[in-house]
Design a protein around this ligand. Structure first.
Ligand code: ADP
Ligand code: MG
Ligand code: MG
Length: 890
């Protein structure tokens, strides 16, 4: 039998799939003995049945009825009774938290009859009517689909008529009149009455929550966060408690640690005499939570004790939503809180130090992409420029962009590549697309827990909220700052989410302290120290080596500072560009062996100098040098340009430059329909006599020079694009010849491991044979992905990739994250067969996948020895390599 309803008292946090995150945590807190208003959860199973059939599953109504009766008996109040009625909240809550995505309805059970009973039982008529007003409004917009503006318009008009600025200024008469008008709005929009049967209210509210799973905003959020479409949401039905019963009541949000910086302490917002989402919506400006201590020390003390209990129990940063009803504290929600990357590192390191979590768990709580975010620059603080406004530093980082005033404009401009800052008085879920498009979000209202702050933090987007000095005029597309300063759409501002400052114009950025730490080793307390501790743990934990892709001594030195254990890929083609182009042209245009040899001879000392510098920068560590890979015509001038030059010379009656003519002939001769699969890699080495020999000689002589200088050079020679062991054998012979020759000339033995890239399916499929002639393998995952899929990356990304992503053929581009099923299978096979043929075969990955977290985890599992990625990705790769191991220890 299906279970569609579960009491809070019967659930637990393990049941989040069935009860949703909110329901599971309400159950967990109930079990812990925390003061949670009683209630029950309609399961995700019921929602899934609804989404499949479009109707509530059979038996659901009866089950809800039974649990409701239980609740009524326990509380001694019934839904719909005219004196002291039971009121309910109907709250959505899916498996993964989707802030603001789904709608919650409060005060279910109020009708024309029961509102009087509520007034009597609480002794507060105004409160009762204010609650009724909220219900009709929320129910009207979320369940009945009446545009929210219709209600806001009425509210705004009455407030203006009564010359009051916030809801608290409205009295019973105003509220009664507003309810009557709201009901008329509903009648007009839907043709029927606001339901006066509380059970009907409840039933329809539950279905509306189910339905909201497929709301547009919820879908956008799920796509962005990769939450599966078919999970469905649970619905929590809970007895109401009232934060709007006067000054000894209120509602708030609290964090066990600062979600922006990770610092320990009490953080949050509190709003007295308020209900529901008032704090989050930024309707009135909330007080910092610490001020509750003076207002209501007892509740404050209890709250802190509950929060300490929750943090110990969940062993992580928790956030809670709470309400105080006439001096009595109720906890309405908790969850493991979202946090900025900065806070994630700090909290993980601190909790590990406090002994609350293991080192493996600490590594599980941070990620490579988060570390990458910490490497971003911030604003130069010594800028003498004075801010035009100061708000709450809601989500750190620095961003510069043109001001826009709505989501659509943000999306439009961002699509053209413009950096924009979305400015709103406050945000709501309709602004989501604009927030995604913008570099930063700036609001004039709302606190650290406002919608803007919570959502921006979740996205790792810069956010300053509650900048009250700013008067945002969306209609006229401008905002006014202190002193009447007007900033119009398109003007550039700089937003500092770390300090809360907003500046006019573009402020220069300064590097992050974490970046400075990686560059210099300078360890400062706080964040940098937390990162350093976790990196030390990571290096002690990981099995995979992390090397860098670098072609210059400068990059090599940086990679080394970032912790790279060598160079896994040095591309030599860059050494053929710039001023050396002429020499390369000469080599290509050579008509005789002598001509070619002298061109190569001219290149030799230059290559030798390149390698000498590289080996010096990576002294003592492996430097894997790939012999020339790209087709030679890539080094020649563009054929079309040459043709135009020649034609216009002829048209002007002049003789075209003979060099141009020869070049064009060569370009035409070397033209390939499909260069990616043409004369490149090892094929070049075989087809252009002396080319690989020259490169090898440069490597060997550089090694000799470094040895003579007392260094410890560890060059390794890598042959690209082989498909058959025979290709490798031929090149290997040539390389060994040159090495022997140089050894003899310089009088010391020069040896280099000789290995190959595995980047063609045939090489992978014949890895056992290839291993006979290779000291090491290095997977070129970019080409291996191209050749396995049979597509060219640049062409595909520009044309049909968006379609493939959209249609779900790729969840993520196979060039971003390794395709485990296809390309991954070849890799696995080549690793196993290669090692079977040669047990000491070293195996690495040098495609950019080597820096991608999911791919790193895969490479760890299949037994690769190291990954190699660009220098800036090295820190994150070290961390992810450790997380791959730590995951198995959890
Ligand atoms: P969200 O998922 O957007 O956080 P919630 O279900 O938590 O939505 O509801 C929003 C707010 O409504 C809560 O923070 C709380 O203030 C209020 N609320 C929900 N249930 C109750 C209740 N039983 N009594 C009083 N207030 C409630
Ligand atoms: Mg909530
Ligand atoms: Mg390649």
């Amino acid at each position: 039998m299906n279970v569609y309803v579960s009491d809070f008292a019967d659930g637990s946090r393990e049941l989040a799939d069935l009860l949703g995150g909110k329901g599971a945590n309400l159950a967990e807190m109930t079990r812990l003995g925390l003061p949670v208003p009683p209630g029950f959860t309609v399961t995700t199973e019921a929602c899934r049945a609804f989404l499949r059939t479009g109707a509530a599953p059979e038996g659901l109504d009866a089950e809800i009825g039974r649990h409701l009766t239980g609740l009524e008996v326990a509380l001694g109040r019934r839904l719909g009774q005219t004196d002291d009625p039971l009121l309910l909240s109907v709250r959505s809550g899916a498996r993964f938290s989707m802030p603001g995505m789904m709608d919650t309805i409060l005060d279910i059970g109020l009708t024309d009859d029961t509102v009087a009973g509520l007034a009597k039982s609480t002794g507060r008529e105004r409160f009762a009517w204010d609650s009724y007003r909220r219900l009709v409004q929320m129910y009207g917009s979320t369940v009945l689909g009446v545009p929210a503006d219709a209600f806001e318009g009425v509210l705004h008009r009455v407030k203006t008529e009564r010359a009051v600025t916030d809801d608290l200024g409205l009295d019973v008469r105003d509220l009664t009149a507003i309810v009557t008008e709201f009901k008329a709005v509903i009648r007009q929009a839907t043709g029927s009455e606001f339901p006066q049967d509380p059970h009907e209210q409840l039933r329809r509210a539950v279905l509306a929550v189910f339905q909201s799973w497929n709301g547009e905003r919820a879908k956008v959020y799920r796509r962005r966060e990769r939450i599966p479409e078919d999970l469905g949401t649970a619905v929590n039905i809970q007895a109401m408690v009232y934060g709007n019963l006067g000054p000894d009541s209120g509602t708030g949000v609290a964090f066990t640690r600062d979600p922006a910086t990770g610092r320990a302490g009490v953080y949050g917002d509190y709003l007295s005499d308020a209900q529901g989402e008032d704090v989050v919506a930024g309707i009135r400006n909330a007080l910092p939570l610490q001020e509750l201590e003076a207002l209501d020390p007892t509740s404050y003390g209890r709250l802190r004790a509950h929060m300490a209990l929750l943090e110990r129990h969940y062993r992580d940063l928790c956030d809670v939503e709470f309400t105080i009803e006439r001096g009595r504290l109720w906890i309405l929600q908790t969850r493991v809180g979202k946090r900025t990357p900065e806070a994630a590192f700090r909290i993980a390191a601190d909790l590990a130090e406090e002994g609350l979590i293991t080192q493996a768990e600490a590594l599980g709580r941070v990620s490579g992409p988060q570390l990458d975010q910490l490497l971003f620059p911030r604003f130069a603080t010594d800028a003498d420029d004075r801010p035009i406004a100061h708000g709450i530093a809601a989500s750190p980082g620095a961003a510069v962009g043109a001001v826009v005033f709505d989501s659509a404009e943000a999306v439009r401009r961002a699509a053209t590549g413009e950096a924009v800052v979305l400015v709103r008085s406050e945000t709501n879920p309709d602004d989501l697309a604009g927030m995604i498009a913008a570099r930063a979000v700036l609001t004039s209202r709302g606190g650290k827990t406002s919608h803007a702050a919570v959502v921006a933090r979740g996205m790792g987007k810069v956010c300053v909220c509650g900048a009250e000095e700013l008067d945002v005029d969306t209609e006229n597309r401008r905002f006014t700052g202190p002193g009447g300063l007007v900033v119009a759409e398109g003007d550039v501002v700089s937003v500092d989410g770390t300090s809360g400052a907003v500046h006019l114009g573009a402020i220069p950025l300064r590097p992050s302290e974490v970046m400075t730490y990686f560059e210099t080793g300078e360890r400062t307390p706080g964040l940098v120290d937390a990162v350093a501790r976790l990196m030390e743990q990571a290096d002690g934990t990981r099995r995979l080596g992390v090397l860098a892709n670098a072609d210059t001594a400068e990059d090599a030195a940086r990679a080394r500072r970032f912790g790279a254990q060598g160079i896994g890929l040095c591309r030599t083609e860059h050494m053929f560009l710039g001023e050396r182009r002429g020499l390369v042209e000469a080599m290509i245009l050579a008509r005789t062996d002598d001509e070619r040899r002298s061109a190569l001879d001219a290149l030799l000392p230059l290559q030798r100098a390149d390698f000498t510098a590289l080996l010096a920068a990576m002294d003592g560590l492996p430097v894997t040098i790939r012999l020339l890979d790209p087709p030679l015509h890539e080094f020649l001038a563009d054929g079309r340009e040459l043709a135009v030059r020649i034609a216009s010379a002829r048209a002007a009656g002049q003789r075209p430059d003979p060099h141009d003519v020869r070049l064009l002939e060569a370009v035409d001769r070397m033209h390939e329909e499909n260069p990616m699969l043409g004369l490149r890699g090892v094929r070049l080495g075989l087809a252009v006599p002396g080319l690989f020999a020259m490169q090898t000689r440069a490597i060997a002589e550089a090694t000799a020079a470094r040895l003579a200088a007392g260094g410890d050079p560890r060059a390794e020679i890598m042959v690209p694009l082989i498909g058959a062991v025979e290709e490798l054998r031929l090149i290997r012979d040539e390389i060994e010849h040159v090495l022997a020759d140089v050894s003899e000339t310089c009088g010391m033995p020069i040896t280099c491991p000789i290995g190959t890239m595995i980047e063609l399916p045939r090489a992978a499929l014949t890895a056992d044979r290839v291993a006979e002639a290779a000291d090491f393998f290095s997977f070129g995952t970019n080409d291996l992905t191209q050749t396995t899929w049979g597509l060219s990356r640049d062409d595909a990304e520009a044309s049909f990739f968006p379609l493939y992503l959209d249609r779900g053929i790729f969840a993520v581009s196979p060039f971003t994250s390794i395709d485990r099923e296809g390309v991954g299978r070849l890799i696995r096979l080549a690793v196993d067969d290669g090692r079977a043929a040669r047990a000491d075969l070293r195996i690495g990955v040098c495609g950019e996948h080597g820096g991608d977290p999911a791919s790193i985890h895969f490479f760890d599992t299949v037994g690769v020895d190291y990954v190699s990625c660009s220098p800036f990705r090295v820190p994150a790769a070290r961390l992810e390599a450790a997380r791959a191991v730590a995951r198995q220890r959890l």
